[in-house]
Design a protein around this ligand. Structure first.
Ligand SMILES: [Zn+2]
Length: 184
């Protein structure tokens, strides 16, 4: 039987040590300033790029518009463009940092039926793929190992975004890279 292959159908799981904030995490996280701790690696005017806590593969990111809506059709043009541009930059950064063979990029819309864990705030998963790769989750199940791997991944992607044209490397090393201009 054919199986639909959709690596972005993976839970986004909140980190331990969250402030017990019951709000939507995709609204709450970018309002905080601890980008490195929160794993926000880059910010544009209307979107941000967040590392997945439990990646399908190393470098599994989510590109998330700031606007709180679960309906992709509600995003206005400026937000759509900003979100799409940050997706392009995310693919650039992943190429520079990890050189994958390909990517899966996708949205889960509509809650349980679509397999997403947060259905009221649109987010695009971007998953780097390697020829013949295995499911990272099956290989590494220790949370501690994942956290260490995430910190290394964060560092590499932070550098890759900061090396791009039109970005600003923050003075504060715990801050995300700012997108300030065009890609080229
Ligand atoms: Zn939200």
């Amino acid at each position: 039987m054919d199986q639909v292959f959709a690596p972005w159908r993976i839970e986004w799981v909140e980190r331990e040590g969250d402030d017990g904030d019951d709000r939507c995490p995709f609204c709450a996280l970018p309002e905080q300033t601890e980008d490195r701790e929160n794993m926000i690696v880059a910010r544009s005017d209307r979107s941000f790029a967040l590392l997945n806590n439990y990646p399908y593969n190393p470098g599994h990111l989510m590109v998330i518009p700031r606007r709180h809506t679960g309906d992709y059709r509600e995003l206005d043009e400026e937000t759509l463009l900003d979100h799409a541009r940050l997706k392009q930059r995310t693919i650039d950064a992943l190429d520079a940092a990890f050189g994958p063979d390909g990517f899966n990029a996708g949205l889960n819309l509509g809650g349980d039926a679509a397999g997403g864990s947060i259905d009221d705030h649109v987010h695009t998963h971007v998953v780097p793929r390697w020829s013949g790769d295995t499911n990272f989750m099956a290989v590494i199940s220790e949370t501690k190992v994942i956290v260490e791997a995430l910190e290394d991944t964060y560092e590499r992607l932070h550098d890759a975004f900061a090396d791009q044209a039109g970005t600003e490397r923050p003075d504060d090393e715990d801050a995300a890279v700012r997108i300030v201009g065009p890609r080229s």
